[in-house]
Design a protein around this ligand. Structure first.
Ligand code: MN
Length: 329
């Protein structure tokens, strides 16, 4: 993979957070993946050294009671987000962990967690690329391309969101569409963290809010819905997606397990029917690997509590995506 300076090291970040989602459980996703032994398998087959960063929620400060949270919400403090400080702190920790490894040119694999953490992962790699390639001739390397594989667009702003839950908003925050931060709430986000929506592609969309459709149209974001996938086939979609990002662009893929059809990935918070087949999902991962441009991957939204009896099926699907994207299957 040509944009990595240290191809011998795989940095794995377990982002055990669910504070951006309405129900808990996604924080147990990383453990479920880890228990399969998939990371050891990858390390052996690809001859990589692996490191683990385990990030988990910290106990809320004593003064941050639920009553206080409700009162702040009523007063519109915290950008109108649910659990604004907790979410901001979690996303910041993910962003700086990803940055630390990506800055050294390592491949970073982040396992979630709800998709809120995507606002941390892509901002971490975006900033790392800018710092790594600062002052160099090849401008393209400095700007990250993002592939967001998801049933949902996750591009609501606090104004358009009906739930106030951050896991529907990471794209808006990472790209600078969201409002100015407040003290203690996303005030760590700098312009150098920002991703460019012109170098961003969705695949697998099929449950998108009206306000999100408007944002996607207004900012001319490239979006391939399931309708497009069914009409053109996944390979043509990947041709177009990689073409849009450009041949000399480092790519960060943020893979939401709910992009897959619930037949293959039922144990997730918001399953939506008529998604990618497992083979289509694996094809996306393979094309990413073959591009040679992949520098980071997220796998998010496996929630063991949703369908415990179907967890193995979901986890196995996730493991296949990871292994394929890393070229060991
Ligand atoms: Mn998502």
């Amino acid at each position: 993979m040509k944009f990595l300076a240290d191809g011998t090291h795989l940095a794995i970040i377990a982002a055990k957070f669910s504070c951006g989602a309405p129900r808990a459980g996604a924080e147990k996703g990383p453990e479920a993946i880890m228990q399969t032994g998939v990371f050891q398998e990858i390390a052996t087959k690809a001859n990589l050294a692996i490191s683990f960063d385990m990030l988990a929620a910290e106990p809320a400060p004593a003064d941050q009671t639920e009553a206080k949270e409700k009162e702040e919400e009523r007063l519109g403090i915290g950008l109108g987000l649910k659990r604004p400080r907790e979410v901001s702190a979690a996303v910041q920790r993910v962003s700086s962990a990803v940055y630390r490894h990506a800055r050294r040119g390592r491949f970073v694999l982040t396992v979630g967690g709800d998709h809120s953490i995507g606002a941390g992962t892509v901002t971490g790699t975006a900033k790392a690329l800018r710092d790594r390639f600062a002052g160099q001739q090849q401008q393209r390397q400095q700007e990250l391309g993002v592939l967001w594989i998801d049933a949902h667009a996750d591009i609501n702003t606090p104004e358009t969101s009906r739930s106030g839950r951050f896991h529907g908003m990471p794209v808006a925050f990472a790209s600078g569409l969201a409002p100015s931060p407040q003290r203690g709430v996303f005030d760590w986000l700098e312009p150098s963290h920002r991703i460019n929506l012109r170098r961003f592609v969705y695949i697998g969309l099929r449950d998108v809010d009206e306000a999100e459709k408007e944002l996607i149209a207004r900012h001319q974001v490239k979006a391939f819905t399931m309708e497009d996938v069914n009409r053109l086939g996944i390979d043509k979609i990947m041709d177009a997606a990689l073409d849009h990002l450009g041949p000399d662009t480092p790519i960060h893929a943020s893979y939401d397990i709910d992009s897959l059809d619930p037949e293959w990935a039922p144990s997730t918070g918001f399953p939506v029917p008529a998604g990618l087949s497992l083979e289509e999902g694996v094809r996306v991962a393979r094309r990413l690997h073959e591009s040679g441009n992949l520098i980071a991957l997220d796998l998010v939204e496996i929630n063991p509590d949703i369908a415990p009896s179907l967890l193995d099926l979901t986890v196995n699907a996730g493991c296949r995506l990871i292994k394929t994207a890393l070229g060991v299957e």
